[in-house]
Design a protein around this ligand. Structure first.
Ligand SMILES: Nc1ncnc2c1ncn2[C@@H]1O[C@H](COP(=O)(O)OP(=O)(O)OP(=O)(O)O)[C@@H](O)[C@H]1O
Ligand SMILES: [Mg+2]
Length: 254
């Protein structure tokens, strides 16, 4: 078990008077890769939004731990969060008409609304600081022509994952990062996640409906339903759990 990275206490989010997230006491980051699963509308994306401060909290406390220091992240700006190592995937990679794939990635690193990690650098410095990393990942994912312009939906997803990796997070939140990707690229994302958590100590919380992926990558899985995290366990415990089967997996997975 690793040291915890995040601790949520009595976190509540309501939309129009309806409670969509209600977390009593949950700790994330004590395992390399943790999965968060649950039916559509369970509140998974909202929870990721609350942690990454894209969604405002109605009540509660989210504590982030860095070098044994405890910080209440509701008091931190989004930029501060990413510099502290809390990063989320968000598909902000745009298809800039006049820019190459390589430069679109660079621009997303420089201009990202929520993660101005590199805003202390000018463009030349940014290029110098991230060039090698960017090349390494573009190569890894076999981008045939990084100088080309067109970005498919799949390429955008991959570029967003690359953007996150270049930011070198301590805790990475991934919301359906591989939905719509071809199998070979999904496998590469999985390999990368495993490598980062094993070799560099990154902690990852991944939301996915692709349960095969969840069972393969996760050391620990949380089951969320109607705003609450009902069960936590190993992949084996979760996939056999009656509540999970009844509320989510249905007969096809039994
Ligand atoms: N901005 C919003 N305004 C009002 N209601 C919202 C808003 N965002 C989400 N909701 C509602 O909150 C609930 C939780 O939504 P959320 O997107 O977090 O679910 P999810 O678990 O990510 O679902 P999925 O698996 O389909 O992605 C849903 O009922 C949704 O309609
Ligand atoms: Mg969602």
């Amino acid at each position: 078990m690793r040291e915890k990275v995040l601790h949520l206490r009595n976190v509540i989010k309501r939309f129009g008077g309806r409670t969509v997230v209600d977390i009593k006491d949950i700790t994330f980051g004590t395992h390399g890769i943790e999965g968060l699963i649950g039916p559509n509308g369970a509140g998974k994306t909202t929870l990721i939004g609350l942690i990454s401060r894209k969604v405002s909290m109605d009540q509660g406390q989210i504590l982030y731990y860095q070098d044994k220091n405890e910080m209440d992240i509701s008091k931190k700006s989004l930029d501060e969060l990413s510099r502290m190592g809390l990063v989320r995937t968000n598909q902000i990679i745009q298809d800039f008409e006049s820019l190459s794939i390589r430069d679109s990635l660079l621009l997303s690193l420089a201009n990202s609304k929520h993660e101005k990690f590199y805003n202390i650098f000018n463009e030349k410095e940014l290029r110098k600081n991230t060039e090698k990393e960017i090349e390494k990942y573009l190569d890894y994912f076999n981008f045939e022509d990084p100088d080309g312009h067109a970005l498919s939906a799949g390429e955008k997803k991959l570029l967003d994952i690359i953007r996150c990796m270049v930011l070198k997070p301590k805790f990475l939140l991934m919301d359906e990062p591989t939905a719509g990707l071809p199998h070979d690229q999904t496998d590469k994302v999985i390999e990368l996640m495993k490598k980062k958590t094993k070799e560099e100590g990154m902690a990852i919380l991944i939301v996915e409906h692709d349960l095969d992926l969840i069972w393969t990558v996760s050391e620990n899985v949380y089951f969320m339903s109607e705003g609450e995290i009902l069960i936590k366990g190993t992949p084996d415990e979760i996939r056999k759990n009656k509540t999970v089967i009844n509320k989510y997996m249905g007969e096809s997975e039994c």
